[in-house]
Unconditional design. Structure first.
Length: 427
């Protein structure tokens, strides 16, 4: 980063601190200020910056070059279209004290500066009024908005969260609570009230939303962890309530394995479609979305009756998810890969490498280095793709089977190539 660019970034951060009256603690912003800032940035720009990204930006010794999308997100809450406009507008800041010049020279400079002043005024007018009539559906926020939550159980599911909210500083027609990403779980709440409780039936890193009219005005992260591996069964991914099998930690012959008999014993009709999932949601030491690796081995049961055997590995991050969906041979159109904001599906991309005989053991390895992903199957690199955004820490692993299946082992390493989690299911 050159000197002038560093100055612009420093100025941008100071203007943000002044606008939102943010306070520093040990040369960085406080946690609640970072969360508040992340919410405002996402509302203005549609870009979600993770808390780890904002923490790095506000470090006293920060001297790296942020990604252009990060810079655009920062200046969006200051009212600028992009980073270049921000820098251009700062060029016209007048000096603190005018310098006296001779009359003739002053007369000359006045005519030179006048077109610039007019141009800046026109630009400001266009920016201020380009949206036309004000959006009457947008809520008016006149002060702090409170939205926090407390668990009634420390770990596991189901888990009730008692949310505390205060929207007395918000003027809007209606207010809603949304449990996570699913809009069908949005419920109306009383703006005069302060508490709303909600049950979470799935582990994960959920983002509860406080909504005024159609705008998200606050988010709260709900990290529901598991004690080791937790199997869940449901008939559809859209089911709000899963079935918790009676066999809570089924290890058979050195593999994590729920059989069809186990599923049947849990009250599931094994002759219809169902999804078997294994969740492991926890804190993984110093493991971030832009640099990590995962090595695992799995198979689908050969006695399944589904036409297309399917498997999906999901890596849960603080902000988004990664997943790889593999299918049986002949069903490649249903394959898919998502790395944060980038999604490739088998219907529009050549993902034939992810069509395999899933009734045999498959070794799958993912390596992410500086936001570039390489996927290996049986130690052969089969696909690469890159993403641009920072999604924070890795906080969970989920294995989905569209019938029954088994996991042989799991090994997760962080960006320093340190093994942070391993399970070979010996017991």
């Amino acid at each position: 980063m050159n000197h002038s660019e560093r100055e612009y970034i420093g100025l941008c951060k100071r203007l943000i601190e002044e606008k939102f009256q943010l306070e520093k603690d040990n040369d960085t912003l406080r946690q609640r200020d970072l969360e508040y800032l992340a919410d405002n940035i996402e509302e203005k720009s549609g870009i979600r910056l993770s808390l780890s990204t904002l923490k790095r930006l506000w470090k006293k010794d920060y001297d790296q070059t942020p990604h252009p999308s990060t810079l655009q997100a920062l200046v969006s809450i200051l009212g600028y279209k992009d980073w270049q406009e921000f820098k251009l507008r700062q060029t016209y800041i007048p000096p603190a004290s005018p310098i006296r010049k001779e009359k003739s020279e002053h007369h000359f400079n006045r005519w030179m500066i006048l077109p610039i002043v007019i141009a800046v005024a026109v630009l400001f007018w266009l920016i201020a009024f380009r949206s036309g009539e004000p959006d009457k559906t947008k809520p008016a926020i006149n002060g702090p908005v409170i939205f926090t939550g407390n668990k009634t159980v420390a770990q596991g599911v189901p888990s009730t969260i008692i949310f505390n909210y205060d929207v007395s500083n918000v003027k809007a027609d209606s207010f809603f609570f949304q449990q996570s990403w699913n809009e069908q779980q949005k419920v109306k709440i009383d703006p005069e009230g302060h508490y709303y409780s909600n049950i979470y039936y799935y582990p994960g890193f959920h983002k509860a939303k406080l909504i005024a009219n159609d705008s998200v005005i606050k988010r709260f992260a709900v990290h529901i962890t598991t004690d080791d591996w937790l199997p869940l069964i449901r008939y559809s991914f859209l089911d709000n309530t899963p079935i918790y099998p009676k066999k809570s930690h089924p290890v058979i012959n050195g593999a994590l394995h729920m059989t069809r008999n186990d599923v049947r014993a849990s009250g599931i009709d094994v002759n219809t479609d169902f999804v078997l999932s294994y969740y492991n949601v926890r804190e993984f030491e110093n493991t971030y979305s832009d640099n990590f690796s995962l090595d695992t081995r799995f198979e689908c049961d050969s006695d399944n009756t589904v036409a297309c055997a399917g498997f999906q590995l999901v890596i849960i991050c603080e902000v988004n998810i990664f997943f790889i969906r593999m299918m049986g041979k002949g069903c490649e159109s249903h394959t898919g890969i998502q790395m944060g904001e980038v999604f490739h599906d088998g219907a529009k991309n050549d993902l034939s490498a992810f069509g395999r005989d899933l009734h045999k053991w498959q070794r799958l390895r993912i390596k992410v280095a500086d936001k570039k992903t390489t996927i290996y199957i049986d130690e052969q690199p089969v696909y690469t793709m890159s993403f641009k955004k920072d999604f924070g820490k890795v906080v969970g692993l989920v294995y989905h089977f569209n019938s029954t299946g088994a996991i042989d082992y799991v090994k997760l390493k962080n960006g320093q190539d340190k093994l942070v989690y391993e399970d070979e299911f010996y017991k």
